[in-house]
Design a protein around this ligand. Structure first.
Ligand code: NAI
Length: 363
């Protein structure tokens, strides 16, 4: 019997080729994993009538650990995000997105070491929306007027932004526990509490209460307004350590920090709950590169590196990270995105699988 059984969701767009490369690298690192393949996304709609069949969730619940490729979400209409649905269904409340510099990535900075902890279950991502012209929107508009809390134009679509004490407590606690376990020095809560007094205001109040409970832990606490955080992240990326954010700001700032380290191609992530963990890159399905053997699998492979740490396979995780650092550091057998940011040209770029070959040779 394999030492670990992991659910593997290849995803769509560039997902299948990236997860193939990831799997090859993990297996070459000598980790004994049985992959339970579970398909989800637009391609399985016809077969199962849903982009997220029940057996996919059952497989993750059974194995407790999954790794996935990106899955496309239709814009504006069509089904809701499968990625968000997986996080909600399994209550994967903590989205962990470390952004660390990899020499040779072509990034503007070389000393980034930030960890974003994004709340994953509420805020504007709760999916509670009322379309323009709907009965629900009309009643909400009437309710707001009757309560005297504000006038909403009658032709408005409305998305709700719920932020709870429960959701905030556990994500801020997660951020502190992560900081302590990983030798970090500071947690910064990011918010817009000056304007959104009852959602972000609550987030800030609860974050401060949790921080009090961790006084004496050796981890400092501060809070920062989200817009100012964006500017200071770009001006002084070395200021930051662990950031804890409500869902939407976490989404936006993780792309910003991916930009600081050289792009989406190298930014890994994890969604963690009390029971299960699902690892996936920050980036999406990049449809224009699908099937072209061009996309950079580093983010997917570093997501596997995080997964291996979670599984206690720290030696293999360390060797994979070292191989990534070596191959990107040399800058020869790297994908188009790294060539372009580092050398200003995609000349000499290798494909997804050839890059994985280079990693495997360095393991
Ligand atoms: P995206 O991240 O797929 O692509 C944006 C651009 O980033 C690409 O055009 C490409 O230039 C670059 N890029 C992304 N990944 C790369 C890689 N591995 N190697 C090299 N370059 C890479 O974002 P976009 O276009 O906004 O979303 C496309 C689809 O993916 C949408 O349907 C979106 O909903 C979905 N998505 C899924 C996510 C997930 O599965 N967790 C996360 C984000 C988006």
């Amino acid at each position: 019997m394999a030492k670990h059984t992991v659910t593997l969701i290849p995803g769509d767009g560039i997902g299948p080729e990236l997860t193939t490369a990831m799997r090859r690298v993990v297996e070459a690192a000598g980790v004994d994993i049985e992959w339970e393949i579970a398909e989800a996304g637009a391609d399985v709609m016809d077969k199962y009538g849903t982009p997220l069949p029940q057996h996919v969730l059952d497989s993750i619940r059974k194995n407790k650990v999954a790794i996935k490729g990106p899955i496309t979400t239709p814009v504006g209409t069509g089904f809701r995000s499968v990625n968000v649905a997986i996080r909600k269904e399994l209550d994967l409340y903590a989205c962990l997105r470390p952004a660390f510099s990899i020499a040779g990535s072509g990034a503007r900075y070389d000393d980034i070491d930030i960890v974003l902890v994004r709340e994953n279950t509420e805020d504007l991502y709760a999916g509670i929306e009322f379309p323009e012209g709907s009965d629900g929107a009309r009643r909400l508009i009437e309710f707001a007027a009757a309560e005297g809390v504000g006038t909403i134009r009658p032709d408005s679509g409305i998305s709700l932004k719920p932020i709870s004490i429960t959701g905030t407590r556990r994500i801020v606690k997660y951020a502190f526990d992560y900081a302590i376990a990983n030798g970090r020095k500071k947690v910064t809560a990011v918010h817009k509490a000056n304007i959104l007094k009852h959602s972000d205001g609550l987030f800030l109040k609860v974050a401060r209460e949790v921080a009090e409970e961790y006084a004496g832990s050796g981890v400092a606490f501060e809070d920062y307004i989200v817009d100012a955080t964006c500017m200071q992240l770009v001006l002084h990326p070395e200021w930051w350590d662990v950031l804890v954010l409500p869902n939407l700001y976490g989404d936006i700032l993780s792309d910003l920090s991916a930009g600081l380290i050289g792009g989406l191609g190298i930014a890994p992530g994890a969604n963690i709950g009390a029971e299960c963990a699902v690892f996936e890159p920050v980036h999406g399905s990049a449809p224009k590169y699908a099937g072209k053997d061009m996309a950079n699998p580093t983010a997917e492979i570093l997501s596997a590196m995080l997964m291996l740490k979670h599984l206690g396979e720290t030696d293999a995780a360390g060797r994979i990270l070292a191989a990534v650092r070596a191959v990107i550091g040399e800058g020869e057998r790297v994908t188009y995105d790294i060539k372009r940011s580092r050398f200003g040209t995609t000349d000499g770029a290798v494909g997804t699988q050839a890059y994985a070959d280079a990693l495997i040779e360095r393991l």
